[in-house]
Every structure is written in C-alpha cells, then in structure tokens.
Design a binder for this molecule. Structure first.
Ligand SMILES: [Zn+2]
Length: 268
C-alpha cells in the first residue's frame, strides 16, 4: 500500500466511524432521559414506602395510647367509687392525688394522639401526592422506553452495516497505523483521527499549517500529523472533499473579472 492509499483508506474509515458516532449521539439523549425517569420513580417509591411505614407506626402508637387511656379511665372509675367509701383523710388525700395523676396522664396521651393524627394526615397527603406523580412518571417512562426501543431498532441495523464496512476496511490497513489512528481518535473530543487541510489550517484543531508542511501533505509521500493536535493530515482532494470555499469562489472570480475594484471591495 502506498502512503496515498493508506491515507485514503484511513479517511474512508474515518467517515464510516464518524457516521457511527453520529448515530450513537442521536440515540444518546434518550437513554439518559429514561435513566432520569427510572431514578425519579425509584426515589418516589422509596418515599412512599418510608412514609407508609411511618403512618403505620404512628397508628400503632395511637392504639397503644388508647389502650393506656382505657386502663387509666377504668382506674379513675374505681378511684371515684372508692372516694365515696373513704375512712380517713389520709386515704382521701391519696385517692385524690391518684385521680389527679391519672387524669393528667389521660390528657397527655390524648394530646399525643392528636399530634400523631396530625402527623398521619400530613404524611397521607404527601403519600397521595407522591403516588400521583409516580403514576405520571410511570406513564412517561412507558412512552420513552417504547421510543427508545424503536430508535435503537431503527439505528441498530444501520450501525451494524457501517460497522461491518469499517471492519472490512480496517483489515486492509496496516495494524500499526490503525492502532495509532484509533489512539488519536480516542483522545480527540470530536472523534476525528484524520482531518483534511481547511483554509490553510488543521481541520481538527484549526491551527495554521506552515506552507512547507502543506506542500508535504499534498505530496502524499509520508504520513504527516498536525504538530498541535497530532491528528493525521490529508489534503482535501485525496479525501474527496469539495471545500465550500473553493466551490463558492470559482464562479465568483469569473464574474468579478468584469467588475471594477470598488465593486469588488463592496462585495468583500
Ligand atoms: Zn491539529
């Protein structure tokens, strides 16, 4: 394989891989949206579970207190009966104290029951709101998942086809060059391992390329990398790229031949 052939193969490979990258990016947002929904649903489910547990324990607290109140009330009834049959002041004082104590105890438990009922009402409201949101999110998730499956199925076939072409092409490229190319590609944010010269600059990092280096690139005698970003360089013609600049400029130049210098300046 000549250098020219190598460069051409690499650029073809780059084109295929860029298309694959594009497909993956297109598909990329949707899995994230699905993931976000799944996370939110998990969070809401935990919340509903936690609050339901709290409601249950508040309810058992209430029934315990109600039991205690019933016991105290039975005692109070008995004390009140005994009050009618007291034999001395000491017994009377003791009974009154006990009645006072039990009455306060009942009041305390009643207050605690009210607090618990209030807390239950609050948590029930939150649980109901969370359940409503949960239902909405589950519906959203269903739609997004269906969408994702559809897109994955649609693009998977295209991606497989591109991947197969890329694999065949990779087999024709010498392993060392291929490894180097893949390393450059991996390290670059836009996934470009080989770029063509664009407006006297590297098509990857847009740094200017010295004229001598540009000439070397056009000679296609050895593989030249950008001295700034390390990407492999190819001249646009070999890459089979029609640069917008030249495509627009050519007819313009012919037309402007008949124009005056001022007209030309205005156009610029
Ligand atoms: Zn560069």
């Amino acid at each position: 394989m000549t250098v020219e052939q190598k460069l051409k193969a690499l650029f073809q490979l780059q084109t295929l891989l860029s298309k694959i990258d594009e497909i993956r990016t297109l598909r990329g947002e949707l899995p994230l949206e699905v993931q976000d929904l799944e996370d939110e649903i998990e969070g809401l489910t935990h919340r509903v579970e936690r609050f339901t547990e709290e409601i249950n324990s508040l309810q058992s607290e209430i029934s315990k207190r109600k039991g205690t109140i019933a016991d105290a009330k039975a005692l109070l009834e008995r004390y009140n009966e005994q009050l009618n049959e007291v034999k001395n002041n000491r017994e009377y004082d003791m009974l009154v104290k006990e009645i006072e104590y039990q009455t306060l105890d009942v009041e305390l438990h009643e207050k605690k029951i009210k607090d618990a009922e209030h807390a239950i009402a609050e948590r029930t409201e939150t649980v109901n709101a969370s359940i409503k949101t949960l239902e909405e999110r589950r519906a959203d998730l269903g739609v997004k998942q269906a969408e994702l499956e559809e897109i994955v199925a649609e693009t998977r076939a295209e991606e497989d086809k591109l991947r197969e072409k890329a694999n065949l092409l990779e087999m024709t490229i010498e392993p060392r060059l291929l490894t180097a190319f893949k390393r450059i590609r991996k390290n670059s944010r836009n996934g470009l391992g080989i770029v063509y010269v664009q407006r006297d600059a590297c098509g990857g990092c847009f740094n200017k390329i010295p004229p001598q280096r540009q000439l070397d690139i056009r000679m296609r005698k050895k593989i030249i990398v950008c001295e700034y970003c390390g990407r492999i360089m190819i001249d646009p013609e070999l890459a089979g790229v029609k640069l917008e600049k030249t495509a627009v400029e050519k007819p313009k130049r012919r037309r402007t031949l008949r124009k005056t210098a001022t007209e030309k300046k205005e156009e610029e």
